[in-house]
Write a protein that binds this ligand. Structure first.
Ligand code: GDP
Ligand code: IMO
Ligand code: MG
Length: 435
């Protein structure tokens, strides 16, 4: 059996949830490895819509196990809301969800600390999801974070909580961002109650995953966000605070690279971004608005309109290299159905020269000139098509064009939000990885 990483190759929201839900049928365990409830992975099953934030999308497949790895930051209140919503929708979670004992705990004070960067004069506003994700990862890296294992030990938890919160209050008061509503003793009691609810699900998930792999089980690793939001390889500082790229699957779960058999990237047939930051192929015109409407490009977590633009092949070549994609899933092909011509960025130019590498600074990325080639649209519905042969020939040509400019095969095509609105290409590396 195989262990495969699936992750976003753009700026998030590529349709990972839908694809993971589909592919999880072929795996035993689905594991999230980074991020927190900043993620919003949408899955439609018939009439039912699920938006998964902390829990892997594989939870929706009966009998599959779901793991929240050590690389995540967990807001227990958000996690319990998610568990309750799933249980009341008829999805059993007990004894199927396992929470890493080394994952970090996110507190309301982390949301308060986020005001330190967001919207403060003199600071670059990232346009975060305001969930406190960055400040929680800051505590982790500064070695003052509270971990799930600490939360479960009342004496340890109380001591850690009081000391960390005292610091935060002092800083927040000094900066004028202190939230008077923050009732620290009440929150501490609440978290102690949360601890009792999650206790049965907490374990050493690295040991669990490695044991399962030794026993021949197949694990699907579900990335959150996307490579261009990765803390090391994305458009820094307009990134999230975790390792969203393929390497994060190993650091975030404790499964070694030698156990990984393949990496699958997910990309839209165009591209979107939520929040601030450079975006070379952004379509700021009426066509961009049309894609937003047709693609329903509004954030699954914050409801913010997503910025829309054209497929960016240099960006894909970069993320393919960082992650070593074996195969790509191209989603939302149907959203482009009515276009007469589809521009695709095939290269970046700057100061009259074609770039061979992704620029490293925001200032440089903001000033690249995308070189576009126009590909004829198919102007007929592809919505719901589930076999490659049924696709209009111009849609096949568009996909072949993307393949040739990315240097990676398109092994799977999504033509609608539901499971069955998908094409897995016969003979592809992707088909081989999931069989
Ligand atoms: P994720 O964060 O990568 O899981 O993606 P999101 O769930 O945030 O956003 C993707 C959106 O596109 C969701 O509303 C999906 O239901 C929807 N979606 C996924 N694939 C397709 C597709 O092929 N066609 C259409 N029309 N919608 C899709
Ligand atoms: P999924 O998993 C798209 C973006 C935010 C912001 C930046 C930093 O659904 O693809 P953060 O709150 O993480 O500190 O915000 O990252 N962002 C996402 N954009 N999809 C996501 O997750 C995102 N998670 C964070 O909009 O620009
Ligand atoms: Mg999303």
């Amino acid at each position: 059996m195989r262990n495969v990483i699936i992750l976003g190759s753009q700026w998030g929201d590529e349709g990972k949830g839908k694809v993971v839900d589909l592919l999880s049928e072929r795996f035993d365990i689905v594991a999230r490895y980074q991020g927190g409830h900043n993620a919003g992975h949408t899955v439609f099953i018939g009439e039912k819509k699920f938006v998964l934030k902390l829990i892997p999308s594989g939870i929706l497949r009966p009998g599959k196990l779901a793991v929240i790895g050590n690389g995540l930051v967990i807001d227990p209140a958000a996690l319990l809301v998610e568990i309750d919503a799933l249980e009341s929708a008829g999805v059993p979670v007990a004894r199927r969800l396992f929470i890493g004992n080394r994952a970090h705990v996110l507190f309301p004070a982390h949301r308060m600390m986020e005001k330190m960067s967001e919207g403060r004069p003199g600071r670059v506003s990232i346009g975060t999801t305001s969930r406190g994700i960055g400040p929680c990862y800051e505590d982790k890296i500064a070695r003052r974070g509270v971990r799930i294992a600490d939360l479960l030990n009342t004496a340890v938890f109380r001591a850690q909580y009081d000391s960390v919160m005292q610091e935060k209050v002092a800083i927040a008061k000094a900066l004028g961002i202190y939230d008077e509503e923050l009732d620290l003793p009440r929150i501490r009691d609440q978290y102690e109650a949360f601890a009792e609810r999650i206790r049965p699900m907490v374990c050493d998930t690295a040991a669990l995953l490695n044991r399962a792999i030794r026993d021949g089980k197949a694990v699907l690793f579900e990335g959150a966000q996307g490579t261009m939001l990765d803390i090391d390889h994305g458009t820094y500082p307009f990134v999230t605070s975790s390792s969203a790229s393929a390497g994060g699957a190993c650091t975030g779960t404790g499964v070694p690279p030698t156990r990984i058999d393949g990496v699958i990237g997910v990309s839209k047939a165009y591209i979107t971004r939520v929040g601030g930051g450079p975006f070379p192929t952004e379509a700021l015109d009426a066509v961009g608005d049309r894609i937003r409407q047709r693609g329903n490009e509004f954030g699954a977590v914050t409801g913010r309109p997503r910025r829309c633009g054209w497929f960016d092949a240099p960006l894909l070549r970069y993320t393919a290299e960082i992650n070593g994609f074996d195969s790509m899933v191209v989603t939302k092909l149907d959203v482009l159905d009515d276009l007469d011509q589809i521009p695709v960025c095939v290269a970046y130019r700057r100061c009259g020269r074609e770039l061979t590498e992704m620029p490293s600074t925001v200032a440089e990325i903001e000033t690249v000139e995308p070189v576009y080639e126009s590909v004829p649209g198919w102007q007929t519905s592809t919505f719901g098509i589930d076999t490659y042969d049924q696709l209009p020939s111009k849609a096949k040509d568009y996909l072949a064009f993307l393949e040739s400019h990315m240097g990676v095969e398109v092994g799977c095509i999504s033509t609608g939000p539901e499971r069955n609105q998908t094409i897995v290409r016969q003979g592809s590396r992707l088909e081989n990885l999931i069989s």
